[in-house]
Design a protein around this ligand. Structure first.
Ligand SMILES: [Zn+2]
Length: 152
């Protein structure tokens, strides 16, 4: 389980190696994504709070990167933070996410990106629920929810 200490360590000393890399020219991302997805993932944008489709989704399933389809989070680690953005306590896999110090807007925050394609996802904060104490605050537009198949 990752803790705030691990996150700081990754952002200062380097991130874990991803399983694969996806790199595309900007024009290809633009053709593949909606304008809002492009703005957020490739230009480090932020959606308005409570506007994202996945904010209130709690169905069982897996959240994949909207750009490269790499699994990032799953529904078992999603929680309602009340912030208006989908929130998680852990990534699905330690090397799924990349961390970088972000000093924009006069704040020091830790930006989280897809470790496979560098899509901007959101930020991580040390005020999440125990035991990890982490809160990954992620834009809905950065992810697609692959719902689990229900067997009946
Ligand atoms: Zn990605």
């Amino acid at each position: 389980m990752l803790t705030w200490k691990d996150i700081i360590n990754f952002s200062v000393n380097g991130n874990p190696k991803p399983d694969r890399r996806v790199e595309k020219p900007e024009a290809e991302w633009k053709a593949q994504l909606t304008p809002e997805q492009f703005r957020i993932t490739r230009e480090k944008g932020t959606e308005r709070p409570h506007s994202g489709a996945l904010c209130t989704a709690y169905e069982a399933g897996q959240y994949n990167c909207v750009c490269c389809d790499t699994p990032l989070f799953d529904s078992t680690i999603k929680f309602n933070s009340g912030t208006g953005w989908p929130s998680f306590t852990q990534p699905i896999k330690e090397n799924a996410i990349k961390y970088e110090k972000d000093s924009s807007f006069g704040m020091v925050r830790v930006e989280v990106m897809c470790n496979t394609c560098d899509a901007h996802l959101g930020h991580v904060f040390p005020d999440g629920p125990e035991p990890s104490g982490l809160r990954y605050c992620i834009n809905s537009e950065s992810m697609t929810l692959k719902k689990e198949k229900v067997n009946d």
